[in-house]
Design a protein around this ligand. Structure first.
Ligand code: IVH
Length: 669
């Protein structure tokens, strides 16, 4: 009995101090004292499994790894928000709502956290299920991982049964630590805190999640008991009193200008926050009025997200260096005085091409403005002319390839084809097919996720393999001995083991991926799949003529010629032979296809919830339809997901039918 009491006491005290430390940033005891209490509880629990509790704070460190996540159907759909991109649109929203449900309507303004949405279900005050949003209807059960997030209460202050929703995110401090560790281990870095948060919450091993320093803001009550609340503000206060870390309400009121000002103020505070936000959410405060307005088809009518333009910062342009890409294109890159931007420290950014440098008159030594395009790739937007001292120097492109000394040519208009490749009219290209920089990029591309998906074969690793003469082309990856990997700097038995495993897996990626991996100019993922479907084996491609290739609808002269030229090269034969001898699959399985989509061409754009583009393409092809990479008047449907870009605009202007995932699934039934 005494032991059980001690265990219960320790659980309570630890939960209390953990909250003081992690949420309020006001610890009352030292780390040492805290660790002592924690260790005592852990050993008592180990000795007395009969007192197990699913809400013990010891579960915060993670448990047994899973094989996969179970699916969870949400009780209430986890909707997303309609975006607005200007204050004008925001004002229109406010006016529209007021005219619909009354001039006295109040709104709340809160940050839009850039992480991933989860739902948390509690029964009798105890956390039962934590699930990702997934497609809004069905998500994944990540309960064990969610339990490792310190600010998520395992037990509420009352024995309430309810489900709340919040955004799990990675604070900048955790993100920097994680990437520092990755850098030290020679691993690829996370591109931004959002990706890191999503990756960390979806680790099958919750012990790993526990180390990632994730956090949460709860912003919604989904279902269950919550009495005496009439407004969003009441809800937030009530759930906060139950023990949740809730979203800060920056303004609650009725005045249009004050709402806009609160949004502007958050934009100004954005660089000083310890977490990424990508906008502001403006919601109707009264729950009654929300009900009156109703839910839209996929987004509620009572809220919008004002999206911030990408964060920009000023810094010094220290130098311009040239990067040689996979297809030989020379891209000028800015070397910058390191600056913090949208969660990462940026010291390199693309300058795209010499025309842009000249047009914007960007000089070495200039103060420049940088931003992250799509919040991932940093770019230089322009220079601040007023800050010039006179010592800035204009830049000229080199006359020879900086990697191999080979001669350079300019891409001209005849070469242009809208296949999403890195073509820029006027771009400089190295003509030497054996250029080492191109080789390095080519091998990286071969191993990349969408190609042969050989995990862990990133830039640094390829460089090390080439430097140590372990490989000379991509096919050599299949002939490296494990012991040779283990002897490389910063690599051990474990990395060698992992490498061997992913090499083995990559042998069965299929013909489409293999063609894509070979890096044939102008031949992207979709075109590779089409070639695989039509020709079935790599050997058939060696004999394919331009005419035969052009029978594939999207293929014109430039693409067809590129394929024929590629398969004419002795080097291609040599590499394919080596791949075959290593056991890499070079033929496509013949799949059963039906014909409901015969004659229909689909273009995919944006991100589809819970469905990869590959999966959608497979579904289309399995029904006899075609997938194309560019929109034209011949396109039957554009399947648009979230954050769809220029393809969607083009489809609208051409009057092509646009469908979302739900409509697509309906068509596939
Ligand atoms: S409200 C019906 N509030 O943004 C309720 N969402 O595009 C809809 N998000 O998937 C969500 N911060 O994950 C809401 N303060 C906030 C938010 C927020 C981040 C995310 C959420 C949602 C996405 C909407």
């Amino acid at each position: 009995m005494e032991i059980e009491q001690r265990i219960n006491y320790l659980r309570k005290v630890i939960a209390y101090h953990s909250k003081r430390y992690y949420e309020n940033d006001a610890p009352e005891i030292s780390d040492f004292e805290y660790d002592k209490l924690f260790e005592e509880l852990k050993s008592l629990e180990a000795l007395h499994p009969e007192f197990y509790s699913p809400t013990s704070p010891t579960l915060r460190v993670g448990g047994k790894a899973l094989d996969k996540f179970e699916k969870v159907k949400h009780e209430v759909k986890m909707a997303s928000l309609t975006d607005v991109f200007s204050f004008e649109e925001l004002r229109e929203f406010i006016r529209r709502v007021k005219s619909e449900v009354g001039d006295n309507t109040e709104f709340s303004v809160e940050p839009k956290i850039d992480g991933l949405s989860v739902s948390l279900k509690y029964e009798d005050g105890a956390l039962k299920v934590g699930a990702t949003r997934g497609d809004g209807t069905t998500g994944e059960d990540v309960t064990a991982n969610v339990k490792t997030i310190r600010s998520i209460p395992l037990e509420l202050t009352k024995k309430a049964s309810l489900t709340v929703r919040g955004e799990v995110y990675m604070p900048h401090k955790s993100f920097e630590k994680l990437n520092r560790e990755k850098e030290e281990n020679g691993e690829n870095l996370w591109a931004n805190p959002r990706n890191a948060a999503a990756g960390s919450l979806r680790c099958l091993d919750s012990k790993e999640t526990a180390k990632r320093g994730l956090d949460i803001f709860v912003f919604n009550y989904q279902a269950g008991e919550l009495e005496g609340v009439n407004t969003h503000k009441d809800t937030i206060e009530k759930i906060s009193s139950l023990g949740f870390k809730t979203i800060p309400l920056l303004y609650v009121g009725n005045d249009e200008d004050e709402i806009v000002n609160a949004v502007i103020k958050l934009g100004e505070d954005r660089p000083y926050l310890d977490y990424d936000i990508d906008g502001t959410v403006i919601k109707v405060n009264s729950l009654e009025k929300r009900r009156e307005m109703g839910e839209g088809t996929s987004t509620p009518k009572w809220a919008v997200a004002y999206k911030f333009p990408p964060e920009q910062k000023k810094t010094k342009l220290l130098d311009i260096v040239i990067q040689v890409g996979r297809t030989g294109v020379l891209t000028p890159n800015a070397v910058l005085e390191p600056v913090k931007l949208a969660g990462t420290t940026v010291s390199r950014a693309t300058l795209h091409n010499i025309d842009i440098i000249k047009e914007k008159d960007i000089r070495i030594g200039d103060t420049v403005i940088v931003q992250k395009a799509g919040d991932i790739i940093p770019e230089v937007v322009g220079s601040v002319k007023e800050s010039r001292t006179g010592s800035e120097e204009p830049y000229n492109m080199p006359e020879k390839c900086p990697s191999c000394g080979g001669s350079l040519i300019y891409d001209d208009a005849d070469d242009f084809i809208d296949d999403g490749e890195d073509f820029t009219l006027g771009a400089l290209r190295c003509t030497n097919p054996f250029c080492p920089a191109q080789l390095e990029r080519n091998i990286e591309h071969f191993a990349s996720k969408k190609a042969m998906n050989i995990e862990g074969v990133g830039g640094k690793f390829v460089k090390a393999l080439l430097k140590n003469n372990l490989i000379h082309d991509a096919s050599d990856l299949y002939y490296i001995d494990k012991s040779e990997i283990a002897s490389l700097e910063r690599m051990g038995e474990k990395s060698a083991e992992n490498f061997a495993k992913s090499i083995e897996n990559s042998k069965n990626m299929g013909l489409g991926r293999l063609i894509f991996a070979l890096g044939i100019r102008h031949i992207g993922e979709v075109a590779s799949g089409e070639l695989a479907n039509k020709f079935g084996t790599i050997d058939a491609l060696f004999d394919a003529t331009m005419e035969e290739i052009k029978e594939i609808g999207d293929f014109g002269d430039v693409m067809a010629k590129s394929v024929v030229d590629f398969f004419k090269k002795d080097e291609t034969r040599y590499i394919i032979e080596k791949l075959k001898n290593a056991g890499v699959k070079t033929s496509e399985d013949v799949k059963e296809v039906s014909n409901e989509f015969e004659g229909l061409t689909f273009v995919l754009t944006g991100t589809l919830e819970n469905m990869t583009r590959d999966e959608a393409s497979e579904m289309i092809k399995a029904r006899g339809g075609k997938v194309s990479s560019s929109v034209s008047s011949k396109t039957s449907y554009v399947l648009a997901g979230e954050e769809a870009g220029s393809k969607l605009t083009k489809a609208q202007s051409l009057g092509v039918k646009i469908i979302d995932k739900e409509q697509f699934l309906e068509m596939c039934k």
